[in-house]
Design a protein around this ligand. Structure first.
Ligand SMILES: Cc1cc2nc3c(=O)[nH]c(=O)nc-3n(C[C@H](O)[C@H](O)[C@H](O)COP(=O)(O)OP(=O)(O)OC[C@H]3O[C@@H](n4cnc5c(N)ncnc54)[C@H](O)[C@@H]3O)c2cc1C
Length: 393
């Protein structure tokens, strides 16, 4: 039986960050992960450049049954703290859009930063380690693993969500929570593309590869970002964002003219170019292919502008301003960036991330029912919750 102060299960963003912090406090820390390769998800993140935080991160950018839970951690270890760390490590970065910060060079720099922090602080990382059993006794936790038996005072669960099973995702953290009496809120894929019903798919697949600005909204949220048509359905940042607020059977509304009053534009065009076809006028704002497909799809006829009555022009504008789509579903965990739901925060202390009932048991990162928007918010939650647990485990 090997003894240590802290075992962190999961060497992802939250686990590694927590391990480095705890080790810096003088705790003897071991991080265990069943994956062969450490940091696989971080390497893939942000298209290989890791959108490591967001300058505007606040609790308002997170979904959770308890929207207040994440406030404390986010305010104790902020985006500015992580940005300072990135800068201190000589990693060049830039804002892509909407406060989203990416490495100039490669996501590998963030993995290296985390591994260096662990190494410097003395946290040990064990890869290819299967956790077979976890039990609690009076002195702490006992773990049976494929790499021997371990005993520790504090156990930090940082096993993430269910998205991307290829990268090592597993329901381990949820099962462990339930084993210790903590409830788990229903999980579902978030930040995920929509699939379409066959009749929509057949028509819209022809637009595959086209991106347009839009506002995607439903009763709960609204996002002004790009919409991307794919051969499977709808994707792009606007779709990923609204997918986290979508429930099966609901419609999503797309305003395909978020920056311009289309009705005013069409009225002006009618005055200025009465003989021009509607499709020619709309092509000034949209890709030609989109117009070719969209007009018949929306049931609109294409004729010279002078032939439209006022009400008809309004109908054209409305078709583009409020395109309501009922997705068939989502692409699921295979491509989802995150998992919504997870360990119920009612059982956890927002000041320490420790279970209120099980002394020494901590849950951090995505395994917890805190899910960020697209744009660096999920990594910031991993850093903030990992840092807080690292001070307390
Ligand atoms: C393709 C992709 C791109 C993304 N890009 C971004 C981005 O740019 N910005 C952003 O903010 N967020 C991004 N995200 C989301 C972000 O990666 C996650 O929210 C974040 O990694 C969660 O950190 P975590 O440490 O909680 O979990 P993870 O990083 O998922 O780490 C969990 C770790 O636990 C290990 N594990 C799981 N089960 C077991 C087990 N049974 N035994 C041992 N180990 C186990 C896994 O192998 C993994 O190493 C992206 C996600 C994906 C899938």
């Amino acid at each position: 039986m090997q003894k240590t102060d802290v075992v962190v299960i999961g060497a992802g963003a939250a686990g590694l960050f927590c391990a480095a912090e705890a080790a810096r406090r003088g705790r003897k820390v071991v991080v265990m992960d069943h994956a062969k390769r450490i940091g696989g998800k971080i390497l893939m993140s942000g298209g290989g450049r890791c959108n490591f935080t967001n300058m505007y991160a606040s609790h308002e950018n997170y979904l959770s049954a308890n929207p207040h839970y994440c406030k404390s951690a986010l305010s104790r270890y902020t985006q500015w703290d992580f940005i300072s760390l990135v800068a201190a490590n000589g990693i060049a970065y830039h804002e892509k859009t909407l406060g989203q910060l990416f490495c100039d060079d490669s996501a590998k720099q963030i993995v290296d930063l985390l591994l260096d922090e662990c190494k410097r602080a003395g946290a040990q990382i064990i890869a290819r380690c299967e956790i077979q059993q976890v039990e609690k006794d009076t002195s702490g936790f006992r773990l049976e693993t494929s790499q021997g038996s371990w005993q520790c005072e504090s156990l930090v669960v940082a096993t993430g969500g269910l998205s991307m099973p290829k990268l090592g995702a597993s329901p381990f953290g949820y099962k462990l929570a339930e084993q210790f009496g903590l409830s788990v809120l229903p999980t579902r894929a978030g930040l995920v593309p929509f699939t379409l019903h066959e009749e929509d798919k057949q028509v819209l697949a022809e637009l595959s590869g086209i991106a347009v600005d839009c506002t995607a909204s439903n009763d709960e949220a609204s996002f002004k970002e790009a919409l991307l048509f794919t051969h499977r359905g709808l994707s792009g940042p606007a779709v990923l964002q609204i997918s986290s607020y979508w429930q099966p059977g609901q419609a999503v509304h797309f305003d395909l003219s978020p920056n311009l009053s289309l009705h005013d534009f069409l009225q002006q065009a009618q005055q200025a170019q009465p003989d021009a076809q509607l499709s020619t006028i709309l092509s000034q704002h949209y890709p030609k292919r989109l117009i070719q497909i969209a007009l018949p799809y929306f049931g609109l006829t294409n004729k010279p502008m002078k032939q439209y009555q006022g009400k008809q022009l309004q109908q054209v504008a409305e078709a583009f301003n409020d395109w309501a789509v009922k997705p068939n579903g989502t692409e699921g965990y295979r491509t989802a960036e995150v998992t919504l739901g997870g360990v119920n925060t009612d059982h956890l202390s927002s000041k320490t991330m420790m279970s209120k009932d099980v002394e020494g048991l901590f849950f951090i990162g995505e395994v917890v029912d805190v899910t960020g928007w697209l744009g660096g918010y999920n990594f910031q939650w991993a850093w903030s919750s990992g840092w807080v647990a690292g001070q307390n485990c």
